[in-house]
Design a binder for this molecule. Structure first.
Ligand code: ADP
Ligand code: MG
Length: 252
């Protein structure tokens, strides 16, 4: 028998206004476990607000946001949501610049109790293996002992993804990872995200259509706080409503 497919995220009828401005309007969104989902949409479409609602940074006015089978995220605070295994990467990388790449991962390991304990007690072979595995995944094994503050912009972004991975998230939310990256860094970021799909459920918000084309499986187009359309990159790019929104073009 096929295992029953489970949604990692169920969003239904969500609304969010800021001083009367409707940033999210009757939003419905369903995501399978292990999916790599790309969300695109013009500036102000509500993409970042959507991530804020999932992570508990802000609360919806109405609607349902459920994680896995039936965990109601709207009742939990940011910290509780994070502990469930929902990790978020913001646009600007926040790494410990005065620590090495290796230490940054060490400090982020799930179950680590405090900076002092992490840095001044012996690491176990299992911890070291886990760190090496993450450094390999994010392509920074050869920079393990470099100071994080000295990394290139793209490398800092990968390190932060590695720090999230150290927490063993089930759901990973990544807002515009390719922003400010060179073409080569962008391509490597795409490979990294693709390699993580399946092991984690991943939402990637992105503007750069070359990058979207590289990583995309299912694409959701947000517009004025609602889903305008969903499908493959080709399907959404050929969608008439999407073309109107992006190109301001109307068919007569
Ligand atoms: P995107 O990430 O798609 O560019 P955002 O989610 O950042 O869009 O913003 C959606 C809309 O909601 C924008 O018009 C923005 O100005 C507004 N908005 C977002 N957060 C707030 C806030 N905290 N207060 C007031 N307006 C906000
Ligand atoms: Mg945004």
């Amino acid at each position: 028998m096929q295992p029953v497919k489970q949604f990692v995220l169920t969003v239904e009828g969500v609304n969010k206004s800021f001083q009367g401005f409707r940033a999210i309007t009757d939003l419905n969104f369903y995501m399978d476990e292990g999916e790599l989902r790309t969300i695109i949409g013009p500036n102000g479409a509500g993409k970042t607000t959507f991530l804020d609602l999932i992570t508990g940074r802000s609360k919806p006015d109405t609607g349902k946001i459920e994680f896995e089978k039936d965990t109601d995220l709207t009742r939990l605070n940011e910290h509780e949501i994070n502990r469930l295994g929902i990790g978020r990467k913001f646009q600007t990388p926040s790494v410990y610049i005065n620590h090495t790449v290796y230490e940054n991962i060490l400090l982020s390991l799930k179950g680590n109790r405090g900076v002092f304990a992490a840095l001044f007690t012996r690491t176990s072979p299992a911890q070291r293996e886990k760190i090496d595995q993450i450094l390999t995944t994010i392509n920074l094994l050869d920079r393990a002992h470099a100071q994080a503050g000295l990394l290139a912009h793209g490398q800092k972004q990968w390190l932060e993804i590695g720090m999230l991975l150290a927490q063993e998230p089930k759901l990973l939310l990544v807002d515009e990872p390719a922003a400010g990256m060179t073409d080569e860094e962008t391509a490597r970021t795409g490979e990294l995200l693709i390699s993580l799909a399946g092991k984690h459920s991943i939402v990637v918000i992105e503007h750069d259509m070359v990058f979207v084309r590289q990583i995309a499986r299912k694409v959701t187009v947000l517009h004025q706080g609602s889903v305008l359309c969903e499908g493959t990159v080709d399907e959404v790019q050929n969608n008439e409503k999407v073309r109107e929104v992006y190109l301001g073009r109307k068919k007569h």
